[in-house]
Design a protein around this ligand. Sequence first.
Ligand code: BGC
Length: 410
Amino acid sequence: MEIAFPPTFLWAAATAAHQVEGGNVYNDNWVLEHAPGGPYAEPSGDACDQYHRYRDDIALLADLGFTMYRFSLEWSRIEPEEGAFSLAALDHYRRVLAACHEHGITPMVTFHHFTSPRWLAAAGGWEDAATPEKFARFCERAAAHLGDLIPLACTLNEVNLGPLLTAIGVEELRAFRTAPWYAAAARAVESSPARFTPFLYADAARGRATILAAHRRAVDAIKSGPGDCAVGLTLAMQDIQAGPGGEETAVRMRRDLQDVYLEATRGDDFIGVQTYSRERFGPDGPLGPAEGVERTQMHYEFWPEALEATIRYASAATSLPVIVTENGVATDDDTRRGAYVERALRGVAACLRDGVDVRGYTYWSALDNFEWALGYRPTFGLIAVDRRTQRRTVKPSARWLGRVARANGF
Ligand code: BGC
């Protein structure tokens, strides 16, 4: 074997509740997806129906060789109206956790992966000073019910994604807030465009304050439950590079998009690194993909080397153990997925050789699923899903990564 990983290294695949469970009228994304004239390519519909098929999906991941499954709780199912908690929904996630343990899979639970209850977003959401307390109350309830089965938890997914998307000009999310479709979505939840604030639509400064306060409170809330749970947050990290004349901009971008969030992990048990590509900055902003570099279905560069750079960056900034909580590629050519993962893993191995404390690697995503505004077109999955029959088909890259997991190297 050319590359061997530490004996306790975790090999995972990830999903997020809304992306695989599909819509439910209680969450804010459902409202956005259905606003007339909005930017969503299609609504989530039944997604992969994982709400009912979780047992088979978990068994399949275990059979393939994976040792960890990262998934998220859907807050809006657990607390569909403010203060009204559903024991049935909590029991559902207890069964999901039990299925992981039965199959020898370590569950990693994300308590918030972009979607929120519509009542929360309607009341000011991720710009509102009362939100951290509401999130902590949810985390406390969920941890009290589920904590004994949760060894690893992420409070919030990609706490910096809103500002990152704006900085790289992928989507002017803030500009959406003045669009007629956004006003229609706000009206649908009896709110106003100024007040209705889903996670990714928050103003950078107000959003950051709310989100980081929510994280801090959530760490304590989750730890108050039974069990002994390691808790952290996850960051959307790109390898931020300077193009010609872009050194100062790159430093500023690293500071605003990464450093301030990395500093906020003090007291956490790990840092979750999520990396897909690099971003180069010139003096006036993002330079976009370089000429001649392969692109993914997401239009950004196929750049697996970004993972090594961001692991090193996060580790140096925090001195915390690193868990790669997402890394992957959207492609319809599965051989390119295999090539991407192999190159990314070589980077992880190089970090480990240099003594960087990396505890696990998570591929995004276990299944082809609902890629937010882009709908079902980008295919990140290790496992394909026929959404008419819900039949799962394992791709060769999944078998390869599963073999790597079993051998703990390649
Ligand atoms: C998110 C996922 C998303 C993935 C691929 C990450 O930003 O956590 O929800 O599907 O990237 O774009």
